[in-house]
Design a protein around this ligand. Structure first.
Ligand code: SAH
Length: 342
């Protein structure tokens, strides 16, 4: 595999073009082209520079292999990477704009029992440019000349973003860079299964993104049954890391809680969750389980979800049931890739 030009910040791209003996303004043309989702070969720069770049860098690091469209307008993409690996992403349309969900790894090694992304383990980390290119190619597909189609980004596709920390942080910086696609950190949400040390590091990056934590249980013993990472970090350590995130960034944080029948959906769990979170500057997103073929876990009905939500609210916890989008096209992370691999 060649190198990925989209890994570079504008400053780094400038040094590169200068090292190739090209004038500085070429870097600007190149950068603008890349940020519009163009291939190197399609950018209008002199042939000499183009040929030299193409010797070392991938022309199209992320290509859309297939698109699936759901009735609600949600689009799911199967992307092909230059080494033939496949990843997936989702574009969700909201009244306030379009949210793109990106993957950060090919596969995942976290082993959560309900998740399709982790079924085949971790294949490899994505580079920052491969994460960025998912946004760039979909934005190019959906934008007209004047406006930018993607307004929000969520790191909730395949992979654990904080298990690929350096590349994820480089991506966050590049995707929010003023001269680039310029997505405000406030419109970016990163979801983690709770890698505590990296949650502390992230708080010090000076990037006011939204931090979302996949909690899914109320006690460590029960969490360990469905999330192996719970053997390493306890819920109290996660909560302390969240408090630190709030102190450092001023950002409220969000907990994801996927309701699983017989595991975490009793009203007893709602009471325990409320006790854990009482008084914290946080919100709970209740998620309906997208049943994964290879796993025997089941979701709860809508009624139990509403009962759970009501109970949390009556105990003073801000909570909503996340609207499920594009379920019929395999909206849950990893489902599409798993199907394709089969
Ligand atoms: N690795 C990150 C990002 C994962 S995806 C994390 O763990 O947070 C985003 C959310 O979808 C997580 O809360 C994850 O637990 C949840 N999720 C995974 N598989 C799911 C499924 N089959 N149904 C519902 N939610 C699921």
């Amino acid at each position: 595999m060649k190198k990925i030009l989209q890994d570079l910040s504008f400053e780094q791209l400038k040094s590169l073009t200068v090292s190739f003996g090209a004038p500085q303004f070429r870097a600007k043309q190149l950068y603008e082209g890349l940020m519009r989702g163009k291939r190197i070969s399609d950018i209008n720069i002199d042939k000499d520079l183009k040929d030299r770049l193409l010797e070392t860098y991938e022309d199209e690091p992320v290509a859309i292999e297939k698109t699936f469209t759901a009735a609600d307008g949600t689009e799911k993409y199967l992307f092909r990477l230059s080494d033939g690996n496949m990843i997936e992403g989702v574009l969700m349309k909201h009244s306030y704009g379009n949210t793109q969900c990106v993957s950060t790894q090919v596969g995942c090694r976290m082993g959560c029992k309900f998740c399709a992304s982790t079924l085949g383990g971790l294949i490899r980390n994505l580079t920052s440019g491969e994460i960025l290119s998912q946004v760039l190619v979909v934005n190019a597909l959906k934008s007209d000349k004047k406006s930018r189609a993607i307004t929000n980004v969520v790191l909730m596709g395949s992979g654990e973003p904080l298990d690929n920390y350096e590349n994820t942080v480089a991506f966050l910086k590049n995707v929010s860079a003023a001269g680039g696609i310029n997505i405000s950190p406030r419109n970016i949400s990163l979801s983690t299964c709770g890698l505590v040390p990296q949650m502390y590091s992230l708080a010090d990056e000076g990037l006011p993104i939204n931090l979302t934590v996949s909690l899914h249980q109320t006690t460590d013993a029960e969490r360990q049954r469905i999330m192996p990472i719970a053997n390493k970090y306890g819920i109290s350590e996660i909560l302390a890391a969240c408090s630190n995130y709030f102190e450092k960034t001023g950002r409220r944080y969000i907990f994801e809680y996927t309701l699983i029948e017989g595991e975490n959906s009793d009203l007893r769990h709602a009471d325990e969750l409320a006790a854990l979170l009482k008084g914290r500057p946080c919100h709970v997103n209740l998620i309906g389980l997208n049943a994964v073929k290879e796993r025997d876990l089941k979701g709860t009905g809508k009624l139990s979800a509403e009962r759970f939500e009501e109970r949390l609210k009556s105990l003073g916890i801000s909570a909503t049931i996340r609207r499920s989008m594009g379920a019929e096209i395999g909206g849950a992370c990893g489902q599409l890739r798993a199907k394709y691999m089969r």
